[in-house]
Ligand binder design. Structure first.
Ligand SMILES: NC(=O)c1ccc[n+]([C@@H]2O[C@H](COP(=O)([O-])OP(=O)(O)OC[C@H]3O[C@@H](n4cnc5c(N)ncnc54)[C@H](O)[C@@H]3O)[C@@H](O)[C@H]2O)c1
Length: 302
C-alpha cells in the first residue's frame, strides 16, 4: 500500500539541508505541499543563507509545490507568521516535522552558559514554538501529525553534548504530554532519534561510515511517523537501514513498611528498587502514582 501525503500541508523546520531536506523532498514527491523552513545558518547557528529557497526550487523542478520560510524556530512570532502563510495559501497545516538544530559541543567544564542556553533555545524551545504555532489549527482541523527530533545523546547521553542532550530528552518529554493532550483531536506526536551523515556529523563519523549513513535511510521512519496511520507516543531510532524503538520504562519497585523508610532502609532495598524484572512502559505520569496506590492497597489487605 502506497503511503500518500496528497492533500496534506507539511512544515519541515531546518529543511535547507541534511535530514530536513530529505524529508521535504520525499513529502513533496508523495503529494504534500511543503513549507521548507530554514534560516540557513552555520552549524553553530550563526549567519543566514537562502538554503530553504534552493530546496523549494528542487521541489518545484520535480513538479511539486513548496514555499520557503526563513524564520527562526526560536522566534515565536516568526513561527506564527509561517503557519499563517501556509494556511492562507493552502488552507491548513497537517504535518509538522521539528528538525531544525544546531550544535555547540564542549565538555560541561568548558561550556559557556550562553552555549547551553542557545542550544536549548533552538532545539527544545524552537520545537515547542513551532508546535504551539500549529497546535490550535490542528485541533480545529481534527488532524495533526507532529514529529520531534531527539537524538541518542538525549536518550542515552554523549560526552561533550550536555546542552544538546538536555534539549533532546526534553523533546521526548514534550512528545509524552502533547500526545495525551492531542489525542481527542486526532493529533499524533512521535519522537525520532536519527543517525545520518550530514554536516552535523561530518567530523564525527569515519569516512567509510559516512557513506553508509545517507539521510535517505532515515526518511522512511520519519514519514511513517507523520503519516495518517502513524502510531503515537513512539520513540524510534533510524540510521543506515537500522530501525528500532526505545521506551521510558519503570519497574514495580518495592513498597517499604514505615520502619524501613529511612536512608538505610532504602539502601538495603536498592537491589529490588533497581531490578528491571517486570518493568513496563507507563502511558502517562499518573501510572507512577497508580502503582504506589495499588501497592498500598495490597499492603492494607495483606
Ligand atoms: N545527523 C545525525 O546523525 C543526527 C543525530 C541525532 C539527531 N539529529 C538531529 O536531526 C536534525 C537535523 O540535523 P542534520 O543532521 O540534518 O543537520 P543540519 O545541520 O544539516 O540540519 C539542521 C538545519 O537546521 C537549520 N537551523 C538551525 N537553527 C535554526 C533555526 N533557529 N530556525 C530554523 N532553522 C534552523 C540549519 O540551518 C540546518 O539547515 C537536528 O535536530 C539534529 O539535532 C541528527
Amino acid at each position: 500500500m502506497t503511503i500518500s501525503f496528497e492533500g496534506r500541508v507539511a512544515i519541515v523546520t531546518g529543511a535547507g539541508g541534511g535530514l530536513g531536506r530529505a524529508y521535504a523532498l520525499e513529502l513533496a514527491k508523495r503529494g504534500a505541499k511543503v513549507v521548507v523552513n530554514d534560516l540557513g545558518g552555520a552549524r553553530d547557528g550563526s549567519g543566514h543563507s537562502d538554503a530553504a529557497l534552493k530546496v523549494v526550487e528542487e521541489i518545484e523542478a520535480m513538479g511539486g509545490e513548496a514555499m520557503s520560510n526563513g524564520g527562526s524556530v526560536s522566534e515565536y512570532e516568526q513561527m506564527v507568521e509561517m503557519v499563517a502563510r501556509a494556511k492562507e495559501r493552502w488552507g491548513g497545516v497537517h504535518v509538522l516535522i521539528n528538525n531544525a538544530g544546531i550544535l555547540r559541543d564542549k565538555s560541561f567544564t568548558k561550556m559557556e552558559p550562553a552555549d547551553f542556553e542557545m542550544v536549548v533555545r533552538v532545539h527544545l524551545i524552537g520545537s515547542a514554538f513551532a508546535t504551539k504555532a500549529c497546535w490550535d489549527l490542528m485541533r480545529e482541523q481534527n488532524y495533526g501529525r507532529i514529529l520531534m527530533t531527539a537524538s541518542s545523546t538525549g536518550l542515552f547521553g554523549n560526552f561533550g553534548q550536555a546542552n544538546y542532550g538536555a534539549a533532546k530528552l526534553g523533546l521526548a518529554g514534550l512528545t509524552k504530554t502533547l500526545y495525551l493532550e492531542g489525542a481527542k483531536n486526532n493529533i499524533k506526536v512521535n519522537t525520532l532519534a536519527p543517525v545520518a551523515a550530514t554536516r552535523m556529523t561530518e567530523d564525527i563519523f569515519p569516512e567509510e561510515a559516512f557513506k553508509l549513513f545517507g539521510p535517505e535511510n532515515v526518511v522512511p521512519a520519519a514519514l511513517y511517523l507523520v503519516s495518517e496511520d502513524s502510531p503515537t507516543n513512539a520513540i524510534v531510532g533510524a540510521g543506515a537501514g537500522g530501525y528500532h524503538s526505545a521506551w521510558v520504562t519503570m519497574n514495580k519497585g518495592v513498597l517499604l513498611p514505615p520502619a524501613e523508610r529511612t536512608v538505610e532502609g532504602f539502601a538495603a532495598n536498592w537491589d529490588k528498587i533497581s531490578d528491571r524484572a517486570g518493568d513496563f512502559v507507563p502511558q502517562s505520569g499518573a501510572e507512577q502514582s497508580a502503582v504506589i496506590i495499588a501497592q498500598l492497597q495490597a499492603a492494607m489487605k495483606g
